[in-house]
Design a binder for this molecule. Structure first.
Ligand SMILES: *[C@@H]1O[C@H](CO)[C@@H](O)[C@H](O)[C@H]1NC(C)=O
Ligand SMILES: *[C@@H]1O[C@H](CO)[C@@H](O)[C@H](O)[C@H]1NC(C)=O
Ligand SMILES: *[C@@H]1O[C@H](CO)[C@@H](O)[C@H](O)[C@H]1NC(C)=O
Ligand SMILES: *[C@@H]1O[C@H](CO)[C@@H](O)[C@H](O)[C@H]1NC(C)=O
Ligand SMILES: *[C@@H]1O[C@H](CO)[C@@H](O)[C@H](O)[C@H]1NC(C)=O
Ligand SMILES: *[C@@H]1O[C@H](CO)[C@@H](O)[C@H](O)[C@H]1NC(C)=O
Length: 750
C-alpha cells in the first residue's frame, strides 16, 4: 500500500497534497552507465534525396555519434532513432561526447533527458452520455477511432478491454501487439513498451495508472463495477467502442523523456487518431518539452493530443502541457460522493469522504487525538501523520486527526496511523486545499473533511478535556448539487510558457473516478471486482481523450483544432444547481482554474461554428513567441526563418488571453467556420471584463454555405477608472436560435 501510494504521486494522480513539487519532474543526473547520460539530440534533416528507409535515417543519426563506438556493445548507445515527431535521436553520451557533436554539420541541439511525472462507474452519466440517446449513439460510441495511451501499460483480459461489439481496426492501422499470444483483440489493438531504451519488456501494467486511464478513455461497458462495494454501477469509457493502442513509457520507477518521445513517434507511425498523455513536467518552454515537441508532429498528422494540466494547484501558473496544439485538461468533481461523516463527542457532525467503509466499524465514540508538536529527529510536523509522527504520542484505539499535505500521501497517512495502532483517521485539508475532498481507498476507517470542518474539530479538541469522535459511513450518494467543482489540486493558469494563450483549456471529471485496475484493492469479502477509484488530472485527461474520439468518429474531417474548438466553445459554466461552478474555496472558479468551462459532450458534437487552425499557422505564432529559428526548427522539424510573426493572441484560438496597458487599444481577428446548417446566422453577446471595452466588427455573422468561413475583428481598450486587480475576465459569445459559441477572455492589466 505504501509503495503504491508513492508511485501514484510520481504519476499525475494526486494521492498527496504534495503533488506540487513532486509533479514538477526532477532533473535526471543519475546515469546508468558511469559517466554516460541519455541525451536527446536534434539534428537537421539529411541533405540530398529524401531518405525514406529507416536504415538510411539511422545511418545519418549514427554519423553524429563518436567515432570510437564501433563495437556492437558500443553501438547500442544509440537508443532511439526518431522518425516522425523529432528529427534526431536518443543516445547514451558523456558530456564531452555531446559537446564534440556540436561541431558536426547538421547538428542542432542536444541536452540530457529529464524525468517526467505521470500526472468510472458514473462519469459517463454525469456527462450526459446515455446508452439510448445523444452523442454516444450519434458517434457510434467512438467506433473506428484509435486512441493511443502513453502510460504504465495495460491489463489485457480485464473485462474493460473486452472487444464485444468493437469492429476490427481500420485498414490504416500499422501498429503491433507485443503481448503474449491472443492478449490483443479488436478493443486492444496495439501494445508496446519503450522503457529506458528497451522495447522488450511486456507492456503489462504493474502499477494501475495506465489500466485506469486507458479504460477511462475507451473501456468497454462492465456491469456491477464497484470498489469496496461502493459506487456500484456500469463502468464505461467515454468512447466504449473505440480501439486502444497502448504505449508503455512509464515503469513503476519513472517516465523518461526519450521513452515518451519514442512512444509518440511510434504512435504517429502506427496510425492513432487521438493521443492521451496523463503525464507532464510542469511549466516549460515548448522547445524544451518533449511532449510539446512530440504533440506538434502528431498534430501535423491530424492526431488530436489530450494531456493532463498537472496536480500542482491551487497555486497559480502551475500548469504542465501548455502548448496551443495540445488540449490541456484540468480536474473537477462529479456529482457523487462516498459519504463518511465525522461525529464528535459534542454531537457535531462534519461531512467528509472515504471509499473504504467497513461494516464492522462501530459507530461508538472513541478518544480523539490531534498529534501536536514536531518530531525533531525526523523534522516532521506530527499532525501531518508521517512515519515518526507518533513516537511520543499514544494513539492506540483512538481516532487521529491528521492534516493533508507535507509531501505525504493521503493513504500513507492512514497506513501510519494504522501501524501505530490507531482505530481511525480523520484527515482534514490544509487551508489551500479548502473544501475539496476525495474518496480514497484508505487502509483503515477514515474520512477526509474540508478545512472548515477540520478547524471545527481542532477547536473542539482544544475546548474539551476528553475529546471523542467516531465515523458514520453513509455510502454512495449521487446528485451532489454543487458538482462539477474545480478541485484544489488541479493546476492553474496563467500559462508561463505562452501568456497569450489561455490555459487550462477545459475541465473534466478527475476526482474519485472509478475505472479498471490490474488487481483487486479489496482483500475483504465484499467483492473481487478489479476496479479502483483514484483522482488526478491524470483521470480528467482520458475523459477528454475519449470525448475527442467520439467527435472524431462523428466528424471524421474535423482537424484537431476544430475538435478542440468544439469542446471549448460549448462548455458549461454552471453546476447542477444552476449557479456558477465553484472552486475549492466555494468561490466562483476563476478563468485560470476552469478555462473555457466544464466539458459538455453533446453540445461539443454540434458546435455550430469552429475556430480552426492549420499546422502552418503555429509557425508564425512561435515566431511571435520570440523563439529563435533554431528553437522553432526543433519543434517543427523544418528549417525556419521567421519572417512573418503574429502576437500569440492572434492565433485563431477559441479563447482570448491578452495583456493591455493603460490607455492602449489592441485589435485581433478571428475566423470561424460554419459546421452547422448551411443557412444560419449568429448574433453577438459580449461580457466585457471590468475596466475593458470590447468592440466586435461585424456583430452579426450570416452564413449560407457549409464550411463557409467568416472573419471578425475584436478591439480591446482600457476604460477609466482603472480596476485594481492584475487580471480581469469576460467573454464573447456568438449565438443563434439553437446554439452558442462562447470564448472566454482574460485580460492582464499592465
Ligand atoms: C510470455 O511468453 C513467454 C514465452 O512464451 C513466457 O516466457 C512468458 O512468461 C510469458 N509472459 C506472460 C506474462 O505471460
Ligand atoms: C451492484 O448492482 C447490481 C445491480 O443492481 C447488484 O446485483 C449487485 O449486487 C451490486 N453489487 C454490490 C457490491 O453492491
Ligand atoms: C501568483 O500568485 C502570487 C501570490 O498570490 C502573486 O504574487 C503573483 O502575482 C501571481 N502570479 C500570477 C502570474 O498571477
Ligand atoms: C525541516 O523541514 C522544513 C520544511 O520541510 C524545511 O524547510 C527545513 O529546511 C527542514 N530542516 C531541517 C533541519 O532539515
Ligand atoms: C490488504 O491486505 C494487505 C496484506 O495482507 C494489508 O496490508 C492491507 O492493510 C489490507 N488492506 C485492507 C484495506 O484491508
Ligand atoms: C439558404 O438561403 C438562400 C437565400 O436565402 C436560399 O436561396 C437557399 O435555398 C437556402 N438554402 C437552404 C439549404 O435552406
Amino acid at each position: 500500500m505504501l509503495n503504491m501510494a508513492f508511485i501514484s504521486v510520481l504519476l499525475l494522480t494526486c494521492i498527496s497534497n504534495f503533488c506540487p513539487s513532486s509533479a514538477q519532474g526532477v532533473e535526471s543526473s543519475m546515469p546508468r552507465n558511469a559517466g554516460l547520460e541519455t541525451y536527446i539530440v536534434h539534428v537537421k534533416s539529411p541533405n540530398g534525396p529524401v531518405l525514406s528507409e529507416p536504415e538510411d535515417l539511422e545511418s545519418w543519426y549514427r554519423s553524429f555519434m563518436p567515432t570510437t563506438i564501433a563495437s556492437p556493445s558500443e553501438r547500442s548507445r544509440l537508443i532511439y532513432s526518431y522518425r516522425n515527431v523529432v528529427t534526431g535521436f536518443a543516445a547514451k553520451l558523456s558530456p564531452e561526447e555531446a559537446k564534440a557533436m556540436e561541431k558536426k554539420d547538421g547538428f542542432v541541439f542536444a541536452r540530457p533527458q529529464r524525468v517526467y511525472a505521470l500526472h468510472t462507474t458514473h462519469s459517463p452519466n454525469f456527462l450526459g452520455l446515455q446508452q439510448t440517446m445523444g452523442v454516444w449513439g450519434g458517434s457510434n460510441y467512438g467506433k473506428g477511432v484509435i486512441i493511443g495511451v502513453l502510460d504504465t501499460g495495460v491489463t489485457p483480459g480485464h473485462p474493460s478491454f473486452s472487444d464485444l461489439g468493437v469492429p476490427p481496426p481500420p485498414a490504416k492501422w500499422k501498429g503491433r501487439c507485443l503481448l503474449n499470444g491472443t492478449a490483443c483483440n479488436n478493443k486492444l489493438i496495439g501494445a508496446r513498451s519503450f522503457l529506458n531504451g528497451e522495447t522488450t519488456p511486456l507492456p503489462i501494467d504493474e502499477e494501475g495508472h495506465g489500466t485506469h486511464t486507458s479504460s477511462t478513455a475507451a473501456g468497454n461497458m462492465v456491469k456491477d463495477a464497484n470498489v469496496f462495494g461502493n459506487a456500484n454501477g456500469t463502468a464505461a469509457g467515454m468512447a466504449p467502442l473505440a480501439h486502444l493502442a497502448i504505449y508503455k513509457v512509464c515503469s513503476v520507477e519513472d517516465c523518461t523523456e526519450t521513452d515518451i518521445l519514442a512512444g509518440m513517434d511510434a504512435a504517429v507511425e502506427d496510425g492513432v487518431d487521438v493521443l492521451s498523455l496523463s503525464l507532464g513536467i510542469g511549466p516549460a518552454a515548448f522547445f524544451q518539452d518533449s511532449i510539446a515537441i512530440g504533440a506538434f508532429g502528431a498534430m501535423e498528422k491530424g492526431i488530436f493530443v489530450s494531456c493532463s494540466a498537472g496536480n500542482s494547484g491551487p497555486f497559480n501558473a502551475s500548469l504542465s502541457n501548455e502548448a496551443p496544439w495540445i488540449l490541456t485538461v484540468g480536474a473537477s468533481t462529479i456529482d457523487r460522493i462516498i459519504k463518511a461523516t465525522a461525529m464528535l463527542g459534542n454531537k457535531l457532525q462534519l461531512e467528509g469522504e472515504s471509499l473504504f467503509q467497513p461494516k464492522s466499524f462501530p459507530s461508538t465514540l472513541m478518544p480523539l487525538v490531534y498529534p501536536t508538536g514536531v518530531n525533531e529527529d525526523l523534522n516532521i510536523t506530527n499532525s501531518l501523520c508521517g512515519i515518526g509522527s507518533f513516537k511520543d504520542i499514544d494513539i492506540k484505539g483512538k481516532v487521529v486527526l491528521c492534516e493533508r499535505g507535507g509531501g505525504i500521501g493521503r493513504i500513507d497517512k492512514g497506513q501510519t496511523v494504522k501501524d501505530a495502532g490507531g482505530a481511525a483517521m480523520i484527515m482534514m485539508n490544509d487551508i489551500d486545499s479548502g473544501e475539496s475532498t476525495i474518496a480514497d481507498p484508505h487502509v483503515l476507517p477514515a474520512t477526509h473533511v474540508g478545512f472548515k470542518g477540520g478547524s471545527k474539530i481542532k477547536a473542539y479538541i482544544k475546548s474539551s478535556k476528553s475529546p471523542m469522535a467516531t465515523i458514520l459511513f453513509g455510502g454512495t450518494v449521487i446528485g451532489v448539487k454543487y458538482a462539477p467543482e474545480v478541485t484544489s489540486f488541479s493546476s492553474r493558469g496563467p500559462s508561463l510558457a505562452s501568456p497569450g494563450i489561455l490555459k487550462p483549456d477545459i475541465i473534466g471529471p478527475g476526482v474519485s473516478i472509478v475505472a479498471a485496475w490490474p488487481f483487486s484493492v479489496d482483500n475483504s469479502t465484499i467483492t473481487k471486482s478489479t476496479f479502483n477509484m483514484i483522482s488526478g488530472t491524470s483521470m480528467s485527461c482520458p475523459h477528454l481523450s475519449g470525448i475527442a474520439a467520439l467527435l472524431k468518429s462523428a466528424h471524421p474531417s474535423w482537424s484537431p483544432a476544430a475538435i478542440k474548438s468544439a469542446i471549448m466553445t460549448t462548455a458549461d459554466l454552471l453546476n447542477l444547481n444552476g449557479t456558477p461552478i465553484i472552486d475549492e474555496k466555494a468561490l466562483p472558479a476563476d478563468i485560470f482554474a476552469i478555462g473555457a468551462g466544464h466539458v459538455n459532450p453533446s453540445r461539443a458534437n454540434d458546435p455550430g461554428l469552429v475556430y480552426d487552425i492549420k499546422p502552418i499557422d503555429y509557425l508564425s505564432y512561435l515566431c511571435g513567441l520570440g523563439y529563435s529559428d533554431k528553437q522553432i526548427g526543433m519543434i517543427s522539424r523544418r528549417v525556419i526563418k521567421c519572417s512573418k510573426s503574429i502576437p500569440e493572441a492572434q492565433l485563431n484560438y477559441p479563447s482570448f488571453s491578452i495583456s493591455l496597458m493603460a490607455s492602449t487599444v489592441t485589435t485581433f481577428t478571428r475566423t470561424v467556420t460554419n459546421v452547422g446548417e448551411p443557412n444560419s446566422s449568429y448574433d453577438l453577446e459580449v461580457s466585457p471584463p471590468p475596466g475593458v471595452a470590447v468592440t466586435v466588427k461585424p456583430n452579426r455573422l450570416v452564413f449560407s454555405k457549409a464550411n463557409q468561413q467568416m472573419t471578425y475583428q475584436v478591439t480591446f481598450s482600457r476604460l477609466a477608472p482603472d480596476v485594481n486587480t492584475p487580471y480581469v475576465q469576460g467573454s464573447l459569445k456568438w449565438y443563434s436560435s439553437k446554439r452558442f459559441v462562447r470564448s472566454p477572455i482574460s485580460v492582464k492589466l499592465t
